[in-house]
Design a protein around this ligand. Sequence first.
Ligand code: SF4
Ligand code: SF4
Length: 671
Amino acid sequence: MRKVFDFHGGIHPAENKHQSVRTPIADAGIPPELIIPLSQHIGAPARPVVSIGERVLKGQMIAEARGFVSVPVHAPTSGTVHAIEDRLIAHPSGYLAPCIVITSDGQDEWAEHSGVSDYQKLETADLIGIIRDAGIAGMGGAGFPSAVKLSVKSDTQIKTLIINGTECEPYITADDILMREQAYEIIEGTKILRQIIAPKETLIGVEDNKPEGIAALRAAAQGTGIEIVTFPTKYPSGGEKQLVEILTGKQVPSGGLPSQVGVVCQNIGSTVAIFNAVVHGQPLISRITTVTGESVHEPQNFEVLIGTPVQYLIEKAGYQSEKNKRLIMGGPMMGFTIPDTDVPVVKTTNCLLAPSETELSTPPPAQACIRCGMCAEVCPASLLPQQMFWFAQGKEFEKLEEHNLFDCIECGACSFACPSHIPLVQYYRASKAEILQMRRDHEIAEQSRIRFEARQQRLEHAEEEKEAKRAARKVAAKQRAQAAEESGEEDPIQAAIERAKAKKIAQQAGAGEESELEKLEKAVVSTSKRLATATTKLEQAKAEGSDLVGALQTGVDRTREKLTAAEQALKDGEQRLGTHSAEQPPVDAAQAAIARAMQARTSEASLSPQEKARLDLEKLQHRLQKSQAVLIQSRENAEEDKVIDALESTVARLTEKINAVQQQLNAAEDA
Ligand code: SF4
Ligand code: SF4
């Protein structure tokens, strides 16, 4: 007989388990609608890979894992995706969360799938991959992804693999019935886990209040080397750290994991799910759930499709709503009251408890703490619940953390033992939630601070660079002016500025009027061109008998009107500005403008290549002078860097072009 150990504290509440194990596991069937939350596990919610209206098959992946700590979600039956939206889910605070809603078609048609019966040939990584792809997350607790738990670091030596068959919470018998009916699957699943972990010993721990389950497991485990270890019933033996201590005598350090003392734990339900995934290729789409309490006519265990609404399931057990005041998901110690019977069963739903008022009465009002110390006596985590209660009331979160609040497994033993009926565990749950929220807020604020400081640094650095450039330009300008003065030569830059100023004054004196006439001429020319184009299109449309003739005719008429107006405006402008004497007959303005443009082109065309190059050179030099003047003026005015940079690159470009044209010209003249 293997030696077993005891842990500190614990209680012995009424078990109330026998009611739900009198009949075999029943099939809950297929509800008309299934609501599948995207987050039924610890970690990132899954991401939908189906769309509304799409037909899905049983076992088909409908949402993929989003990251290492995440698992995919699969369709529990065949049907149509009715919605992807927020729905009420099973949570103490009754909040909404993203769900995929499937309308079942009743055919229960499987997607193609296949398993590996000789899994012994598979590599560890392949087995873990199958488990991850099957969407398996711990089915007895918080829903930690099994594949992550099994991915033990190479430098961590695991001595003991423990399969947790304790099921210590009153009323719940989902694991007990699995042991009775599916012992073979449990043992095969354990063998798969043993292959992955390669421990020195493999234990299945079961409380001694499940004799049928223990006998079935022992029979199935014969010759496998898997040891079925039993120990006295005490709540909460099923807590992971408590079970490790019972079976190995080792204590998991505060804030630590069982792997730190060489142990990996898995739940019975998860072990069966792993067997089904590897050997049959079936993802996790259903689970065993106990439906019990005096408000159901036939307490029993059901195989339930994930996503089944609670109302549908409890009706299968003969729910008597008139007897029931509150419906609890989980057991009486660690469960929580659900806000509505529309919420769905998820991967971690091990029990639905519908007690009558006499069976689980509403707790009386809390009294003052009498410092009896009972809470500390029963605490399996060796905490100081009374002190933690004071700190929680005063929101002294630092002190709560110093008192190892996060080692509290929320078993409720302290509340159960408290003679003053203080709901101690509720205070710890609320404090944990507040601390976690504060940590998240702090993390977000810290990230924002880091981003802000990095931006400030970038801006300061850029400003320093700008300042240095400005200073360098000023020094260079000063040096140029000084050099020009010393050599007695004309400062070419100052001269360029003077030329630019003179030109500007000349333009202001009269060029304004000239440019107004140019604008009017341009308007006439462009409207003439538009009229010609529109007329051509109209002619084509008429020739083809097109339906567009009417619309095109309207366009032509309008353009012609615009041309008449533009010509009139030009005439008026010419008379006003005195370009034409009263005796001179007014010429067609459009024709005149076109003629001027043609003349310019013709005269350029008549030039020899050398003459043309000289003309280009002159034009470029003129542009360079203008640009240099503007650049110097901008430097004097200490304009923005981007303006200076643009002007400098224009000057550089023009200088390059001038050099190129000059070279061409020199070559032509030498030839
Ligand atoms: S059990 Fe209740 S009354 Fe007793 S010390 Fe703890 S909190 Fe106070
Ligand atoms: S709920 Fe927390 S503090 Fe209370 S007995 Fe359980 S572990 Fe201890």
